[in-house]
Design a protein around this ligand. Structure first.
Ligand code: NMN
Length: 323
């Protein structure tokens, strides 16, 4: 095999190993072997600058320095979510939907304390990552997003794909970051959400890489193009395309089931390796979602239940904003 082909081969292998390691938590080679192959790739790429590829596994570690972030208009608005705060409000939400939809099913998922992000793929390759921004126009933060190792640079699907989800800073990364800040006599970050948002806005993606962010994907924007009928199917399909999808979700039929699942997650919330500030309840059927539609800012087919600890803060913020 000549060096050019070896580069192509190594890129493929390393990408496969990364997905196994970061998405499925199931490595098939040792860390030493992975590191050795990565080193070999970097040495060969240095020898062959004509083979540069922005989506090479090596680029995810090296990073790049930008002058600013380009503004990008979303294909469809990135909505935020309305909130509910207790059993009764969940029941009201469920009753309202049951009033207009028959045999209703809900999917209940974790609500991460991070930043919403959209990923675009064309011809099986990553094209760009865009922040929510004001919902209509966001910022292209691709260089920083590439440093998140669990995000695939290639997917086994050549059609246009847009997935949306949340970028977050795992608790472990947050602790390590604040340790480093302390050691360097720099200000500490108040919480993982702030730290994640600050990292994504770094112009030097090397800095972002050092912050070790991660992400979960929960929304298949163009699911209809793939004949996907439910949110559950969308989650399965995203997972089969190598997107990191949280297995902690449940399909529920009524308020009691929703509430029980929420309570069970709330109990183990502190043991999760990432921060969640609530749970999202959404209609499973995508066609029913479309029928219900959205208000100007939030969908009618989904809502977010906020955990009590967050409630005080949110309500206080509401007061501050309305005063
Ligand atoms: O992502 P962080 O925590 O920086 O860890 C990087 C290390 O992870 C690498 O140096 C490598 O040893 C390890 N890793 C191993 C595999 C594997 O397949 N064994 C894949 C990706 C990363």
């Amino acid at each position: 095999m000549n060096e050019e082909n070896r580069i192509l081969f190594l890129r493929k292998e390393l990408e496969k190993y990364s997905i196994e390691y970061y998405v499925y938590d199931n490595p098939s080679v040792s860390d030493q072997e992975y590191d050795r192959l990565m080193q070999e790739l970097m040495t060969l790429e240095e020898k062959h600058p004509e083979m540069y590829d922005a989506n090479s596994p090596s680029q995810r570690i090296i990073g790049q320095v930008l002058e600013g972030f380009e503004k990008v208009r979303h294909d469809s608005q990135m909505l935020s979510l309305g909130n509910v705060f207790n059993y009764e409000e969940i029941e009201e939400f469920v009753n309202r939907i049951q009033g207009s939809v028959k045999d209703v099913e809900f999917v209940v998922e974790c609500k991460y304390d991070g930043l919403a992000m959209s990923l675009i793929y064309e011809n099986g390759s990553f094209v760009r990552a865009v922040t929510r921004g004001d919902g209509l126009v966001g910022e292209d933060v691709s260089a920083n997003i590439k440093t998140i190792q669990s995000i695939p640079m290639h997917i086994p699907e050549r059609r246009h794909v847009e997935v949306r989800g949340e970028v977050y800073m795992p608790k472990k990364s947050f602790e390590e970051l604040n340790e480093r800040q302390k050691k360097n006599n720099q200000a500490l970050f108040a919480n993982p959400r702030n730290a994640a948002a600050g990292s994504i806005r770094q112009l030097d993606s090397g800095v972002c890489a050092s912050r070790k962010l991660d992400a979960y994907w929960y929304y298949f924007q163009n699911a209809q193009d793939f004949g996907i009928l439910t949110q559950q199917e969308a989650l399965d399909r995203m997972r089969s395309l190598n997107f990191k999808v949280n297995p902690l979700y449940k399909v529920c039929k009524n308020t009691k089931e929703i509430w029980e699942f929420i309570q069970s997650i709330q109990e183990k919330r502190n043991d999760l390796p990432y921060e969640i500030d609530g749970m999202v309840i959404k209609l499973n059927s995508l066609s029913d979602q479309r029928t219900l539609g959205s208000t100007a800012k939030v969908p009618r087919y989904a809502t977010a239940y906020k955990f009590p600890a967050e409630r005080v803060q949110t309500r206080l913020l509401d007061i501050v904003i309305t005063v």
